[in-house]
Design a protein around this ligand. Structure first.
Ligand code: ZN
Length: 130
């Protein structure tokens, strides 16, 4: 695999990549090919800053298979600075610190370990922005 291709794949996995609608300039996440606002094709990739604020959240005490080791954990709806809402796990914060509207930033973290082979899945989470 070429270095540049590899880097591009990494970038898509570890950054919040969505799409920009060339027609109305809406920012879309996740990429969905058709703009939610104007229904024109939206195919320009766009990398979000990863900055946003907590829009709502809920704490999960009964974790699904694969997530048991980090229960309880908190899943939040994050309103990105560019507009879209994303669902993500929060990290590096206590539940009693949480407030609606709190600024957060994206970080790459281990999400879970898959099965006996121990394949580690990475993805994004959000933590308080300083
Ligand atoms: Zn549009």
């Amino acid at each position: 695999m070429q270095v540049s291709t590899h880097w591009r794949l990494q970038e898509q996995r570890y950054n919040l990549v969505g799409e920009t609608c060339e027609h109305c300039n809406s920012k879309l996440f996740p990429p969905r090919d058709v703009c939610l606002i104007c229904e024109e094709p939206a195919q320009e990739l766009f990398t979000f800053t990863g900055l946003g604020e907590i829009y709502s959240y809920s704490t999960i005490y009964d974790a699904p298979a694969g997530f048991e080791h980090n229960a309880p954990y908190t899943v939040a709806l994050i309103k990105l600075n560019e507009g879209p809402l994303v669902t993500a796990q929060l990290t590096d914060m206590d539940n009693d610190e949480l407030t609606i509207g709190q600024p957060v930033e994206m970080v790459t973290r281990k999400l879970r370990t898959d099965g006996d082979e121990g394949m580690i899945i990475y993805g994004y989470k959000f933590r308080p922005a300083i």
